[in-house]
Design a binder for this molecule. Structure first.
Ligand SMILES: C[S@@+](CC[C@H](N)C(=O)[O-])C[C@H]1O[C@@H](n2cnc3c(N)ncnc32)[C@H](O)[C@@H]1O
Length: 386
C-alpha cells in the first residue's frame, strides 16, 4: 500500500512520541498515575450529571415525598419511562446517593429511598448543606462546550446567556444559602454602613444574577431600597418575579443594565448609595475597573463597596489546591469566554488575585481596600472606600 506523506509524518510522530516516554514511567510511574487520574475522574463527573438528571426530572423530590418507591412507582409519579427509572435508581444506589431495601429482590420489586441525611443537600435550597448546584453548574457549563471550543479559535467569547438556565440556576443554588444565611454576619463587618442602612438609604447590587443577594439585603434592611443590576435579561426577568413573589417590590427592583456604565449607575442611586455590593461578579465584567468606578460614582460620600470574589491564592503557581483548580476549570470553560463576549477589555477570568483587585480599585479612585475577616469556603471579601 502506498503511504502518503501525511500518513508517513503521523507514523513518524507516533513513533517519536512512544520513544519519548521511557517505559519505566508507564508502569507505576507518572504516566500510569495520570492515566488513572483521568479514567477515575469519569466516575464523579458522570455521577454529578446523574444528580442533575434526578433534579431536572423531580426524582429526588418524588422519592422524598413518597417515602421511597419502586422503579414502576417512581416512573408513574414522575411520568418517566419505567426502564429509565430503574436504571437511574440502581445507579444512584450504586453511587451511595439512595438507599435500597432488599437489593437481591426482583429488579421491579426493589424499593429505593432518599436517606434523610441527603435531603438538605439535594432538596432544601436555603440549607447550608445545599450542594446540588455543583451538578447544575456542571451541566450548564458543559451545555455550551462546543461554542466554547469554537470561541477559543475566534476569540469572540460565548455570552453568559448562552450557558442557559444551567449556569444561571446552578449559581443561584450554590450562592443562595450564603446570601440568606450569612449576610447578617458579613454586614456586621461593615458596622458603620449597617447602622446607617437600618434607618433607610439605598443599596445597589451589581451583577445580581437571579436576585437572591438583593432579596437578602432587602430582608436585612427593611427600611432601605435595593436596586439589583445585571446584564443578563433572563436573570433580571427571574429576579423581578422573585421580588414580586417575596412581596418586596417596589422597595426592591431590578434593572437590566451594564454595571460598568458609570453614568447609568450614578443615575440609578442619584449618587447617594450607602452600599454597593458585587458578589462573585466583578471578575465576570470585562471592564472591571470601570465597574468599580461606576460603583464609586453611585456611592454617597460615606458609603462603601462590598466585593465578594473568589478565594484564590495570592499568586499563580502550578499544582494548585482545590480552589485554584476549581476556579481555573470554570475560568477556561465558562467565566473567561462569557467575559470576552462582553467585548474587548480586561478578560480576567475567574481567578481574581487580591493584588489585581487592588490595582483596579486604585485605578477607579478607591484608595482604601480592606480584606475583611469573613469565613467563606469560596470567597474573599473586600471593603472598598474612596
Ligand atoms: C457568577 S454570576 C454571579 C451572580 C450573583 N451575584 C451570585 O452571586 O449568584 C455573575 C453575574 O454577573 C453578571 N454580569 C457580567 N458582566 C456584567 C456587566 N457588565 N454588568 C452587569 N452584570 C454583569 C452576569 O450576567 C452574571 O449574572
Amino acid at each position: 500500500m502506498r503511504v502518503g506523506p501525511a500518513r508517513k509524518l503521523t507514523e513518524a510522530m507516533n513513533t517519536d512520541i512512544e520513544n519519548l516516554v521511557p517505559q519505566a514511567t508507564v508502569q507505576g510511574g507518572p504516566t500510569e498515575a495520570l492515566a488513572e487520574r483521568l479514567i477515575e475522574a469519569l466516575v464523579p463527573a458522570l455521577e454529578l450529571l446523574t444528580v442533575e438528571f434526578g433534579r431536572r426530572l423531580g426524582l429526588y423530590a418524588a422519592l422524598a415525598e413518597n417515602d421511597g418507591a419502586t422503579a414502576g412507582e417512581l416512573a408513574a409519579i414522575s411520568r418517566i419511562d419505567a426502564r429509565v427509572a430503574r436504571e437511574w435508581l440502581e445507579q444512584q444506589a450504586t453511587a451511595g446517593f439512595l438507599r435500597v431495601d432488599r437489593p437481591s429482590a426482583d429488579p421491579d420489586e426493589r424499593r429505593f429511598a432518599l436517606p434523610a441525611a441527603h435531603i438538605p443537600v439535594l432538596l432544601v435550597p436555603e440549607s447550608p448543606a445545599y450542594a446540588i448546584g455543583a451538578a447544575t453548574m456542571l451541566s450548564g457549563t458543559a451545555s455550551a462546550f462546543e461554542a466554547v471550543v469554537e470561541a477559543a479559535r475566534s476569540g469572540t467569547g460565548v455570552s453568559y446567556g448562552a450557558f442557559g438556565a444551567g449556569v444561571r440556576h446552578g449559581l443561584q443554588q450554590l450562592n443562595r444559602p450564603g446570601f440568606v444565611g450569612e449576610l447578617t454576619e458579613w454586614m456586621a463587618r461593615l458596622p458603620d454602613v449597617s447602622a446607617r442602612l437600618r434607618s433607610g438609604g439605598r443599596i445597589l447590587d451589581l451583577g445580581c444574577g437571579t436576585g437572591w443577594s438583593s432579596v437578602a439585603l432587602a430582608r436585612l434592611f427593611p427600611e432601605a431600597t435595593v436596586i439589583g443590576v445585571d446584564l443578563d435579561d433572563a436573570s433580571i426577568a427571574e429576579a423581578r418575579a422573585l421580588a414580586a413573589a417575596e412581596g418586596l417590590a417596589p422597595r426592591l427592583r431590578f434593572e437590566q443594565a451594564d454595571a460598568t456604565d458609570g453614568e447609568a449607575m450614578a443615575a440609578l442611586t442619584g449618587g447617594g448609595a450607602q452600599l454597593v455590593t458585587i458578589f462573585e461578579a466583578l471578575h465576570d465584567m470585562n471592564e472591571p475597573q470601570d465597574a468599580l468606578d461606576a460603583a464609586r460614582r453611585a456611592l454617597a460620600a460615606d458609603g462603601a463597596i462590598l466585593v465578594g470574589d473568589e478565594r484564590v491564592a495570592d499568586e499563580f503557581g502550578p499544582d494548585g489546591d482545590f480552589l485554584e483548580r476549581l476556579n481555573y476549570g470554570f475560568s477556561v470553560l465558562h467565566c473567561l469566554p462569557a467575559t470576552m463576549a462582553e467585548g474587548a477589555g480586561v478578560a480576567n477570568g475567574t481567578v481574581l488575585r487580591p493584588a489585581t483587585l487592588r490595582a483596579w480599585a486604585a485605578g477607579a479612585g478607591l484608595n482604601r481596600v480592606d480584606e475583611l475577616d469573613i469565613e467563606h469556603p469560596f470567597w474573599r471579601f473586600y471593603r472598598l472606600d474612596r
